[in-house]
Design a protein around this ligand. Structure first.
Ligand code: C5P
Length: 224
């Protein structure tokens, strides 16, 4: 099977407030994007790699991609994650399976990419990583009044890479009728089944400065 991986890195990262678009923020001697690309480079199969970057940083992203993987393409993203994924999808060519990955999940193990590819190949349907939710979740109204406690045994906190049969994902994007925050939602809207496979704590998304510190800590070489 031919696999394409779209790494979306075109977000502004305002919640991180680090003075650069999030994927280009320094992390343990390189950048968030370069860490994400190292994970892609470690995949079992050699996928076609597409990086979606802010328009003004396309050249920088191209340099990082060629240093870390040595092949692939870079395209400018859009105003929303969905628009950025759509820009990447235009370049997947004849791939059978497409994985969409947030660059911000910088420490995602390569094995998680392989697990998602295997799940899509085996089922012929979408597969996305998720983890059980450890906090108790309340649905609240304006002002904070609790409306209900959601049964957390039914919940998964989902991550990326999210994998799909390429033709289905392309068609789902072409017929997208609303803005969503993940690709599995568009697939569900289009009537395609998507299953959750076991995620990995290291696939957490760097969103806040606290997350960035945690990533630095996890990458620090163990001292003797
Ligand atoms: O903002 P958030 O953390 O949810 O973004 C998830 C991923 O989507 C990030 O890797 C970010 O760079 C990417 N993104 C994008 N284009 C946008 C917004 C977000 O590529 N317009």
């Amino acid at each position: 099977v031919k696999v394409a991986v779209i790494v979306v890195a075109a977000g502004s990262g305002t919640r991180l407030a680090a003075g650069a678009p999030k994927a280009f923020v320094p992390l343990a001697g390189s950048t968030i994007l370069e860490h994400a690309l190292h994970s892609v480079a470690g995949m079992r199969d050699e996928p076609h790699v597409i990086v979606v970057a802010p328009a003004e940083l396309v050249d920088d992203a191209r340099g990082m991609l060629s240093r870390v993987i040595g092949r692939g393409e870079v395209v400018a993203g859009g105003a929303t994650r969905q628009a950025s994924v759509a820009a990447g999808l235009a370049l997947v060519g004849d791939a059978d399976i497409v994985l969409v990955h947030d660059a911000a999940r910088a420490l995602t193990p390569s094995a998680l990419f392989d697990r998602v590819v295997d799940a899509v190949a085996a089922s012929g349907a979408g597969a996305i990583p998720g983890l059980p939710v450890s906090d108790t979740i309340k649905r609240t109204a304006d002002g904070g009044a609790i409306v209900e406690t959601v049964d957390r045994s039914e919940l998964s906190a989902v991550q990326t890479p999210q994998g799909f049969p390429a033709a289905e994902l392309i068609a789902a994007y072409a017929s997208a009728a609303r803005d969503v925050t993940d690709d599995a939602q568009l697939m569900a809207d289009a009537g395609h089944p998507v299953a959750v496979v076991e995620g990995d704590p290291l696939a957490f998304k760097v969103t806040t400065l606290w997350d960035l510190r945690r990533a630095e800590e996890l990458l620090r070489p163990a001292s003797a």
